[in-house]
Design a protein around this ligand. Structure first.
Ligand code: AMP
Length: 388
């Protein structure tokens, strides 16, 4: 099977890595890809938004779309119109991430528990902008000054909802063909600093399995959360084919949905795919629905530029990637470029270092041992991923 991966980050490198292990893969292409993906297949200098004509030219058997923005803009529709089998939802179905108001309406119609919308903004509460905000459209307000700041900062339509409390988890389900295939629960770390200090980011690390939600609970949660939402989307004429990601919180009153995403989460994907023993490719292609998950644990530590999330970094040489790989880690490229044959920084999040082990503790120790071998000027990372 000839496959095109659309996107350029660590999530797409992890997808390319998992697909490259499939005996069914004959050719791997990426648009635009990154220097890590280039070691696995052919990267084309084509923006994600323009990937449909490339897919048609290459006559790929399957396109796998990583990021949300091109999905919300209709890339999967364009690919399918050109006759390309595609893993990724239509623009209409991607509204489950693209519009919080739509997601709320779908969840309420499907009877899926989520945060209550409040008619009045009063702390404690959460202010949520309606559209795609790349992780920047949510303000958790415990105090009146925090709420005042949120209302001053929000620039588009928004709603105010209950502030929920409890541990969070991410649960992915692959909805392709007729089957819904759950992946194991994972956890990500959104704040930039140790102990959840500092501003929100795209994600600073992740791990799986979780100490408080077993792999064996995934099927039950998917039946209660993802499947009703998928049925409701189909009922509305917007069937969802792709990865449905539920961000969940385990509150004192039970599980609540915080958000849905219409694609693989980044960086949870980098910890989840190395836990799979089964072949991902036929599952994404909708041909099979069995995906063997190992008991191995995996921990991913994100290495970011010094000014992240305020600013990215470009052109700084990176040392030690091969050393970290020699130590047994997977080093996924998130924001890198090649300059005179050397790998340099090119983004906010630069590398995602994943290690596996018999336990979360072992995977964590191996991931941080690999991180110790990598260096670039200004490199920052959280030292508490998967701890406690
Ligand atoms: P989102 O962009 O919807 O993932 O929100 C970002 C983060 O804000 C989530 O991971 C939660 O930590 C937090 N959050 C969102 N909605 C709520 C809520 N209703 N109650 C408490 N925290 C929330």
């Amino acid at each position: 099977m000839k496959v095109l991966v659309v996107g350029s980050g660590g999530r797409e490198h992890a997808l390319a890595w998992a697909l490259s292990r499939s005996p069914e893969l004959t050719e791997l292409h990426a648009a635009p890809g990154n220097p890590g993906i280039a070691a696995l297949g052919h990267c084309h200098p084509v923006r994600a938004e323009d990937a449909a004509s490339l897919a048609a030219e290459l006559k790929v058997d399957l396109a796998v779309v990583g990021p949300e923005a091109p999905l919300v803009a209709g890339l999967a529709d364009e690919l399918r119109q050109r006759g390309i089998a595609t893993f990724g939802p239509s623009a209409a179905a991607a509204q489950i991430e693209g519009s919080k108001a739509f997601a709320k309406a779908v969840m309420d119609a499907a009877g899926v528990p989520n945060a209550r919308t409040l008619s009045e903004a009063r702390p404690p509460c959460v202010v949520k902008a309606d559209g795609l905000a790349a992780g920047k459209g949510v303000w958790v307000c415990r105090t009146q000054p925090e709420l005042d700041d949120a209302l001053a900062a929000v620039t588009e339509p928004f709603h105010v909802e209950d502030l929920l409390e409890g541990p969070e988890l991410s649960l992915f389900a692959i909805a392709s063909g007729d089957a819904v295939v759950p992946l194991p629960p994972a956890r990500d770390y959104k704040r930039v600093g140790d102990g959840d200090a500092g501003p929100n980011t795209g994600g600073m690390g992740s791990f799986s399995p979780l100490p408080d939600v077993g792999d064996d609970e995934a099927g039950e949660i998917v039946a209660a959360v993802h499947e009703p939402v998928l049925r409701e989307l189909a009922r509305r004429g917007a069937p969802f084919h792709g990865l449905l990601y539920a961000g969940l919180m385990r509150t004192a009153d039970g599980l609540r949905v915080i958000e849905f995403n219409c694609r693989f989460g980044d960086p949870e994907t980098q910890a989840l795919l190395p836990r799979l023993d089964g072949d991902l490719l036929p599952v994404l292609a909708g041909e099979r629905s069995d995906l063997e998950v190992s008991r191995r644990a995996a921990v991913t530590v994100v290495l970011a530029g010094g000014a992240y999330p305020a600013r990215g970094d470009a052109g700084t040489p990176i040392e030690g990637i091969a050393d970290a790989e020699a130590a047994g880690a997977l080093v996924f490229h998130a924001g890198t470029a090649l300059h005179d044959g050397r790998v340099v920084t090119n983004g906010g999040r630069i590398l995602d270092v994943t290690a596996t082990g018999d336990s979360v503790e072992a995977a964590r120790a191996a991931a941080y041992a690999a991180v110790d071998r990598i260096h670039f000027a200004g490199m920052q990372f959280r030292s508490d991923i998967a701890r406690g």
